[in-house]
Design a protein around this ligand. Structure first.
Ligand code: 5FU
Length: 250
């Protein structure tokens, strides 16, 4: 059942991070709390999906390391679509190493994530100082995962949240519960047609994550990009998510 407490409306949240503020502005303007996860493996599919869902999302979440034909030209094309349709680029890299290695992974290699991403995900397992290397980006800290049997128990979440709250470049967290009013909350594992896959993923409905967890942004992958009509389905998730958000305000 939804909790009795009202949520803090997005426009009243005390978000310090400039990327967090931009994301909130886009959400209020578009009436959307939807982030589509574009887990497709070619740049052609990804650009097509970005065009189709772009009007309905606040950000497009990427795993660039699964793309077969990644290039910086592709990034330039994607940035054009993001600018035109007003959404942010969110690389779900889930960094999980010492600061120096994370810095190399963030800035170097083929992907040069630091040169184009608006937001990135990082584990906080290596401690607060390891996060300092992420400059000019909004860091979303993974404090709890959606999968069955995850090791992110209450103890881990508490410790991870302490790290996230003390790092000034952290704008939000990924979790399956309400954690902090000062950080934006992102919740993956959202699907309206199925409750899980056979690889440990567990799904909730938009209603559940918006009204039950008071999440700020829901992340939908296969529910959208594997559907027959991603544009229409993205619009459906957008309306369901926004209606559930508004219902949780009163
Ligand atoms: F941090 C997490 C998590 O706890 N669960 C997730 O599912 C991230 N994810 C990502 O969200 C995952 O890597 C996928 O990119 C996406 C969920 O995709 P789905 O197709 O909706 O299951």
């Amino acid at each position: 059942a939804p909790p009795e407490v009202k949520r803090v409306p997005l426009e009243q949240k005390q978000i310090q991070h400039p990327v967090g503020k931009r994301l909130v502005d886009i959400a209020l303007k578009k009436k959307s709390n939807l982030i589509a996860s574009a887990d497709v493996i070619t740049t052609a599919e990804l650009l097509k999906l970005a065009e189709e869902v772009g009007d309905h999302v606040v950000a497009l979440k990427l795993h660039t390391d699964i793309i077969k034909d990644f290039s910086m030209d592709f990034i330039e094309n994607l940035k054009k679509i993001a600018k035109e349709k007003d959404f942010l680029l969110f690389e779900d890299r889930k960094f999980a190493d010492i600061g120096n290695t994370q810095e190399l992974q963030y800035k170097e290699g083929i992907y040069k994530i630091g040169s184009w991403a608006d937001m990135i995900t990082s584990h906080v397992i290596a401690g607060e100082e390891s996060l300092k290397v992420f400059d000019n980006v909004g860091v979303v800290a993974i404090v709890e995962m959606s999968s069955k049997g995850t090791l992110t128990d209450d103890y881990y979440i508490g410790k991870a949240l302490n790290v996230a709250e003390s790092a000034p470049n952290v704008m939000g967290v990924v979790a399956q519960r309400k954690v902090s009013d000062d950080l934006l909350l992102f919740t993956p594992g959202v699907n309206i047609s199925t409750s899980g896959d056979n690889k440990g993923q567990q799904y909730n409905t938009p209603e559940r994550v918006m009204r039950g967890y008071h999440t700020d942004f829901m992340i939908v992958g296969r529910g959208i990009y594997q559907s027959a009509n991603p544009k229409e389905v993205a619009q459906e998730y957008q309306s369901l998510g926004w209606a559930a958000y508004e219902a949780s305000l009163s």
